[in-house]
Design a protein around this ligand. Sequence first.
Ligand code: FE
Length: 292
Amino acid sequence: MGVQLSERVGQKHHCGIDQVISGQSTSDGAGVRLTRYIGSQSLPELDPFLLLDFFESDDPNDYIAGFPSHPHRGFETVTYLLAGKMRHEDNAGHGGVIEAGGIQWMTAGRGIIHSEMPEQEHGRLAGFQLWVNLPAKDKLCDPAYHEYPKDQIPVEHRTPGVDINVITGVTSEGTAGPVRGVVTRPLYFDIRLSSGTSIEELIPPDHAGFVFVSEGEISVRSDTGSDTVAARQLGVLGPGNAVHIDSKASSVRFLLVAAQVLNEPIARYGPFVMNTHAEIEQAIRDFNAGKF
Ligand code: FE
């Protein structure tokens, strides 16, 4: 039986951009100013992603109050800092400081109570917090951390002017990020492009993903056209198994993030994300009973 080469190696279909999100200014924690992209009115969720916040300020009034003690159950929180320092401490005695360029991938599982506070009283604080859902079978797993400073995150220098900080997942050139074993098999790449360069990456077909432009402007070239995503915008990737991104500025930096779609019901109440309302009520009872 003849199988065409294109079928054996898999035909590439380039994702377009389904939706561009400009974010919603809000505050969270004890009064930290941030911009919410996923978990906002215009994009309540992007399965398996539940929330994406971007924060950036050199005014301590915007961040100094931090995120005092609060619980999580049923998902993972991912903190990636671009500038400044954040100290975290939890009720199991785990703690530390995340610094610029560092990642913390925290699996809250059945429950954790922690605080996330700026470890600085002035200067610039900037970064992301992403929430990644867990499948029903893993929602009550033991809490776990993957935490890596900047110098343990490999940078792939693909071609002149194309650099990729690989936090998790494996690039098409084989660079693997240090965060491993996450159940939704995510890709989390922080990519820099100089003027006139471009990058192509494969996206597993059962994944959903997005790009977030932190600097400059990009063009996402699909099989039928191209879509622009500007600075401080999130672009939701449409169907496909590859992305082709062209730099549209002299200095471009963006996140490319994707993970496996769960297709499970979502019941959500603040820091608890489960599958049913009854499980949310159980989470509240467990938290109030001191079982986290
Ligand atoms: Fe938290």
